[in-house]
Design a protein around this ligand. Structure first.
Ligand code: CU
Length: 431
């Protein structure tokens, strides 16, 4: 499959009033949704028409290091880069793509560079007949003349943005503000939700409805789980079933509820106010019979804790991991190809930091010592204030240099990132 993708400058109408100068993939914000199938060989012919260097990172996809779009492989203005990868079996799920240049990620994503990737399975356990909806969640802030608002870093708002990560007061679902989604009473819909915000953490709830949570970053769980709400940190994804359980003609609002990820001194004044995201509008048609939801979705084979050869401790403080700021010349962790390891990620400070590992999906083992209730494939995990998360990962292939970092984009740009080197195993010689 061949895809042409260009990042460039353009003007779009994002909010009422004057048009906004944006950065866009193929002229749209969000960029085009890439639909892939397990087993696809993908070539993305990327062209950088921006006035600055950029990369395209395929968040969560298992790709070779030189196709990962990390800060190690910048694409200069005017240049072309071919990203080549194959989509492995068993990785059907919801992913996304965004720039990842050194120090400029918050700016470029804030300017409009992000898009969704859907990887489909040949044997999806959920019925094809379920209507599907994609929700790319993002937020932004605008000045009166319609420009995207990036304040002076030395202003009060600039300092708050640096601490919290830049949040916007305008909430978008795809390219819309407060869109209306339709549903028929009795219908079951499959929703894929992506948190593409630079810093906002969503706590999703739909009035008078529960969600059937069926999957996360790396695709479906083994079994569906019924929940009232879902917390989605930056970079995370969720797959949900929404059941049309109320009567024809009714309406329900999807909201993000208050979630205190902040330090008290920089908490936004309105953080306790729920925010509306979209309206779910029931048609007047008579109810349909609901599609049954399978009890078993797929198997998620546990990574083997008996095979673990090392534990990596990551202590996150404000802007730093293990007291260090990102250095492109430094290797922070060296591991052997094929090794299985545990990462113990601890947040030492009073603000949440979502942790993302490139290249290799992982399974959360426990949070603050409490075993994870069920297995799932993850690539990003929120580590709340002063909490600790342990996950297990196997570096199954693709030697090279891989990033790990906080996914609050301003924190990543400040250097809250490190480098994992995965190398060929040593052959019995100890040194
Ligand atoms: Cu952070």
């Amino acid at each position: 499959m061949e895809i042409d993708l260009t990042a460039g400058r353009t003007r779009l109408s994002l909010v009422p009033g004057p048009e906004t100068e944006v950065y866009a993939y193929n002229g749209s914000v969000p960029g085009p949704t890439l639909e892939l199938l397990e087993g696809d060989r993908v070539v993305v012919r990327f062209r950088n028409d921006l006035p600055e260097a950029t990369t395209v990172h395929w968040h969560g996809l298992h790709v070779p290091a030189d196709a990962d779009g990390s800060p190690m492989h910048p694409v200069a203005p005017g240049d072309v880069y071919e990203y080549r990868f194959e989509v492995p079996a068993g990785t059907a799920g919801t992913y996304w793509y965004h720039p990842h240049p050194h120090h400029r990620t918050a700016w470029q994503v804030g300017m409009g560079l992000y898009g969704a990737i859907i990887v489909r399975a040949h044997d999806d356990p959920l019925p094809d007949s379920l209507p599907e909806r994609l929700l790319i969640l993002s937020d932004n802030r605008f000045t009166d003349d319609g420009a995207i608002d990036f304040p002076d870093p030395d202003s009060e708002q600039g300092r708050t943005d640096a601490m919290n990560g830049r949040e916007g007061d305008v909430l978008f679902v795809n390219d819309d503000i407060m869109p209306e989604f339709s549903i028929r009473s009795g219908e079951v819909q499959r929703w894929r939700v992506i948190n593409a915000s630079g810093a906002r953490i969503y706590r999703l709830a739909l009035a008078d409805h529960t969600f059937v949570h069926v999957g996360s970053d790396g695709g479906l769980f083994e079994h569906p789980v019924e929940v009232d709400e879902i917390i989605l940190a930056n970079g995370e994804r969720a797959e949900l079933l929404v059941r049309g359980t109320t009567r024809p003609g009714s309406r329900a609002v999807l909201q993000t509820l208050p979630y205190d990820r902040y330090m008290p001194k920089t908490r936004p004044a309105d953080w306790e106010v729920p925010r509306d995201l979209l309206t779910l509008a029931y048609s007047d048609e008579r109810p349909v019979d609901s599609e049954p939801i399978p009890d078993v979705l797929r198997s998620v084979t546990a990574l083997d804790t008996a095979a673990v050869t090392d534990t990596r401790v990551m202590l996150m403080s404000q802007g730093r991991i293990n007291s260090k700021v990102m250095d492109m010349e430094r290797i922070d962790v060296s591991a052997e190809l094929g090794a299985t390891e545990i990462w113990e990620v601890e947040n030492l400070v009073g603000m949440d930091h979502p942790f993302h590992l490139h290249g290799f999906r992982f399974q959360v083992l426990d949070r603050n010592g409490v075993p994870e209730p069920y297995r799932s494939w993850k690539d990003t995990v929120n580590v709340p204030k002063r909490e600790r998360v342990r996950f297990i990962v196997r570096y199954n292939d693709f030697p090279g240099l891989w990033m790990f970092h906080c996914h609050i984009l301003d924190h990543e740009d400040q250097g809250m990132m490190g480098v994992l080197e995965v190398g060929q195993p040593h052959t019995g010689i100890h040194h």
